[in-house]
Write a protein that binds this ligand. Structure first.
Ligand code: EPZ
Length: 422
């Protein structure tokens, strides 16, 4: 692996202290494209300094918008100079959320050509519901030769009933419908915090989106959107990952700047394990010392246990005495991190979408490879618990969704660094 970047962790230190969570990745990647729908300049604050944000900033620039970006702080967008309707393959492939430009460009100029997106390889991740949603508001929409295309001379509000709850398609229809003529109703809508945050951002520009956070979202089209300054919500999944890291290392960590109610499903499971969790107004304290009980996890759409925390949580469960059962109901291939953690001595059997984990007393450091963003987070959790040194190759996956994660963990006492393997 000469010259390959790797993260190095010497495990065994309990994490202790206070840490500030960053702005949310999955809200930022919906709000940034939405700024192109505005008819005036707007400012977005509390954006995390992560690869997915950098990619979207580049996409706004390639579409001709005037962009001022201060990493980790704010993004000023003047969409009035944007004239493009096509996203480049190179940029589209950098992240999953590039496909939000389908709804945005359709809503903004009636035409969109977006190469099928990149993003984590956690299953087939089709886009049929996105196309169904575009057609429901009067657009021609298709996926042809690796390009998502949508066009309409006259976007008109309509009803769409999603076959399954889908965050991406819910976001894409909200973006396309906000300036369509008439009312669009989304049934079986996703209810994640980032859906509500997008609705709040759009409404702060004068949109009329009602019902975000419930199964039915109603969007009354408006002619124009005025400028705004908006701060995105904190990252629910980074908060959860830090909570799990505190529990896994038997530490005592207070996470500041989070929204505790967004974490209820994880908090409930940690409490069930015997971990102490205290909610404050905008902080959560997690104390992981003491014996832990094996538990069962079944991922669900919000407000159920989030699929994005299944991977870090299943890493923690590998050292919890007893048998834990993890069912992944959202994606069909989200256990690849467990193959890696087996190399550290974990006892795990995977059958389709169920992992049966027999807790072992100790994991041993080993060379590992991250296969996707949250798999990378899971390997960090395992490395923090393990005896000895763990190497994590392909840490670039982790940089897509976690802002300066080594700095945050080091400030809590972790021995973690990054170098190029000789
Ligand atoms: C979003 O992915 C998140 N990504 C994912 O987070 C997250 O795991 C997922 O929602 C679920 O919460 C972003 O927000 C950028 P879905 P998305 O559409 O929108 C099926 C992370 O780690 N489906 O809710 O792609 C799909 O295959 C990432 O931050 C269709 O069949 O998820 C899946 O089984 C990973 N057809 C299920 O629905 C469609 O047209 C849920 O997918 C769309 C989805």
């Amino acid at each position: 692996m000469a010259g390959k970047e790797r993260m190095l962790i010497t495990g065994g230190n309990p994490l202790e202290g206070e840490v500030q969570v960053s702005g949310g990745k999955n809200t930022a990647v919906a709000v940034i494209p939405a700024s192109l729908l505005c008819d005036e300049p707007c400012t977005i604050e509390n954006l995390p300094d992560i690869e997915d944000v950098h990619a979207l900033v580049d996409i706004l620039k390639e579409l001709g918008a005037k962009v001022e970006y201060e990493p980790g702080h704010l993004l000023r967008v003047d969409p009035r100079t944007a004239q493009g309707d096509t996203v480049s393959y190179r940029n589209a492939q950098r992240l999953r959320a590039s496909y939000y430009l389908l709804g945005t460009l359709l809503g903004r100029c009636g035409r969109a050509n977006v190469p099928t997106p990149g993003g984590c390889d956690i299953g087939s991740r089709p886009v049929d519901q996105h196309l169904k949603g575009m057609r429901a508001i009067g657009a021609d929409a298709e996926e042809r030769r690796g390009i998502l295309r949508a066009s309409s001379e006259n976007l008109t509000g309509g009803d769409v009933f999603f076959d399954m709850v889908t965050v991406g398609a819910t976001v894409n229809v909200m973006l396309a419908a906000v300036k369509a003529k008439g009312t669009t109703t989304i049934y079986n809508a996703a209810k994640e915090p980032h859906i509500v945050d997008l609705a709040n951002f759009l409404n702060s520009m004068g949109a009329r989106v009602k019902g975000a956070g419930t199964d039915i979202i109603r969007i009354r089209g408006v002619q124009s959107l005025h400028g705004t300054t908006y701060a995105v919500i904190p990252d629910q999944i980074e908060t959860g990952t830090l909570m799990i890291a505190a529990a896994a290392t038997c530490g005592d960590v207070t996470i500041h700047g989070c929204i505790p109610t967004h974490m209820d499903a994880l908090t409930a499971k940690l409490l069930e394990m015997g971990v102490r969790v205290n909610d404050y107004d905008d902080a959560i304290r997690v104390r992981g010392a003491g014996p832990k009980r094996a538990i069962n996890i079944k991922t669900q759409v919000y407000p159920g246990f989030p699929t994005d925390l299944q991977q870090p949580m299943s890493a923690l469960l590998t050292t919890v005495k007893g048998t834990s059962i993890v069912q992944e109901t959202i994606f069909e291939q989200r256990f690849r991190h467990l193959d890696e953690i087996r190399r550290m001595g974990a006892q795990i059997r995977v059958m389709e979408r169920t992992a049966i984990i027999e807790g072992v007393t100790e994991l041993y450091g080993a060379p590992l490879t991250a296969t996707d963003l949250r798999a990378g987070a899971a390997l960090i959790i395992a490395g923090l618990m393990a005896r000895g040194v763990t190497e994590i190759y392909e840490p670039g996956y982790i940089d897509r969704g976690y802002e300066h994660i080594e700095d945050k963990l080091r400030s809590l006492g972790a021995e973690i660094s990054r170098d190029l393997a000789e």
